[in-house]
Design a binder for this molecule. Structure first.
Ligand SMILES: C[S@@+](CC[C@H](N)C(=O)[O-])C[C@H]1O[C@@H](n2cnc3c(N)ncnc32)[C@H](O)[C@@H]1O
Length: 191
């Protein structure tokens, strides 16, 4: 069900996309591991078999590993920036999730940055399989996050490609700037 909680909405959209798609053995990417909550969600999706998880902070990899523990899925924990994804992922990506910003409870100056974020988004879209989906969550409520949100919005709204459906979701009836979610689906549609 949809709610005011953007992470719940994101997980809801991903689950409904995966169940309608019906494809199995999916390759997923978590572009920002953080504390591993999104990874845990991906790990719980039956259709996913492999997950490439990125974060620049060792602490995030440790937190994520601890959260997941033993699993039957193949999870790669990669301490590198997501804009280097092609060094680790050879083939296509079925599902990518980028939850931007800083690691809650850690140094807030270590935060996703416009240039590397845009490069990673461009590269990930270029690797999306037919029917694949990318989700980007932005946080306009802090200075770097606001710049990043505007840059992501401008970049995505300029992508006039017939195979891409790009949707933006935010919660309208709140006063503070709230997280935004961009859904990018690689599926040919007729205009
Ligand atoms: C909002 S947190 C992610 C939340 C996480 N998905 C979760 O479920 O807990 C953002 C993370 O992005 C990481 N990060 C910042 N710049 C990055 C980059 N260039 N590549 C990969 N991760 C990055 C930060 O270290 C931080 O852990």
């Amino acid at each position: 069900m949809l709610s005011r909680n953007m992470t719940k909405n994101v997980h809801f959209f991903i689950e409904s996309h995966l169940s309608q798609w019906g494809k199995e053995n999916l390759i997923a990417m978590d572009g920002t591991l953080g504390n591993g909550y999104d990874l845990e969600f991906l790990n719980n999706q039956k259709a996913i078999s492999t997950i490439y998880g990125f974060d620049i902070q060792a602490q995030a990899l440790e937190n994520s590993k601890t959260r997941i523990g033993e699993t039957e899925k193949c999870i790669y924990y990669i301490q590198d920036s997501h804009h280097h994804l092609e060094c680790y992922i050879e083939g296509e990506i079925d599902l990518a999730l980028f939850n931007l910003g800083y690691l809650p409870g850690a140094d807030k100056s270590i935060v996703t940055r416009v240039d590397t974020t845009l490069e990673a988004i461009e590269k990930t879209i270029g690797k999306l399989s037919n029917g694949g989906m990318m989700v980007v969550m932005t946080y306009p409520g802090h200075e770097e996050g606001s710049k990043e949100h505007e840059a992501v919005k401008d970049y995505l709204s300029g992508l006039h490609k017939k195979n891409l459906s790009i949707l933006q979701l935010n919660v309208n009836n709140v006063i503070k700037p709230c997280p935004n979610c961009f859904l990018i689906i690689n599926q040919l549609y007729k205009i």
